[in-house]
Design a protein around this ligand. Structure first.
Ligand code: VGL
Ligand code: ZN
Length: 241
């Protein structure tokens, strides 16, 4: 082989090798980056009877997240569960407001509120966690939406934008840096929880196939867009496998 040809060939080969190595390193780094560690928590949002088939505010396919979440749980040392936990006659219920129907919007003291069917009333079977949700290692259950006049999609801060639930302080005291959000519904409680987790300075992933959406007037696409703008990362449960 002519020396010049050999030089070219070697360059080409090492060049290809470098590219291949970089590709592999990139993949490994990505996988390592999203691997849950001791400072990570799985947040399981509102997997309650109210939000699955047969409930008072059913999310299409809501029950399908249960086996996905049960499987994910094995990878987490820290698990937080949330429950939507409304009073009777809660301000977010259409039935509370004369002449209002579910899914209409009403301006309340803190801003526009979507009005829902009566759902997740404290202590009812409708508000209980789904019976097949198997999370024996979960350490805390955060209830939200219990102030009569204020809703709380977010598990961190109520809809008035200022009243904390305590979850932010809990995670901070426990040294949690990274959260993986799952549950119901993608475009309401999951999205608001994920965005508030960013506000709390956490690294945030939403595991898409461990969520299901209500999708009211394009709310699902809007939620993904808003989450992306706030640095929430959208992943699949297989990314953690
Ligand atoms: C939710 C509507 C009303 C949710 C809660 O869990 O996403 N959505 N209350
Ligand atoms: Zn609610």
């Amino acid at each position: 082989m002519h020396p010049a040809t050999r030089r070219t060939l070697l360059k080409t080969l090492s060049g290809a090798g470098l590219v291949a190595a970089a590709g592999l390193a990139g993949r490994v780094a990505f996988a390592a980056g999203i691997k849950p560690d001791a400072r990570s928590a799985l947040i399981v949002v509102d997997v309650q009877n109210c939000f699955v088939t047969g409930g008072t505010l059913p999310v299409k396919g809501g029950e399908e997240v249960v086996p996905v979440i049960n499987k994910l749980a094995a990878a987490f040392e820290n698990i937080v569960i949330t429950q939507d936990w409304h009073t009777k006659g809660h301000a977010s219920f259409a039935s509370t407001h004369a002449g209002k129907k579910p899914f209409e919007v009403k301006k309340l003291a803190y801003g526009n509120q979507v009005l829902w069917p009566d759902h997740c009333v404290q202590g009812t079977d409708d508000a209980a966690l789904h019976k097949d949700l198997a999370l024996p290692t979960a350490q805390v259950i955060v209830r939200k939406g219990y102030h009569q006049e204020v809703d709380s999609y977010s598990a961190f801060t109520e809809a008035d934008g200022k009243t904390p639930t305590g979850l932010g302080g809990y995670l901070k005291q426990r040294g949690i840096k990274k959260v993986f959000v799952t549950g119901l519904a993608t475009d309401f409680c999951v999205a608001w929880t994920a965005m508030d987790a960013r506000k709390a300075g956490l690294e945030v992933y939403v595991i898409e196939d461990a969520t299901r959406a209500i999708d009211l007037n394009g709310s699902l696409a809007a939620a993904w867009k808003q989450m992306a703008a706030k640095g929430v990362k959208r992943i699949q449960s297989t990314d953690l496998a």
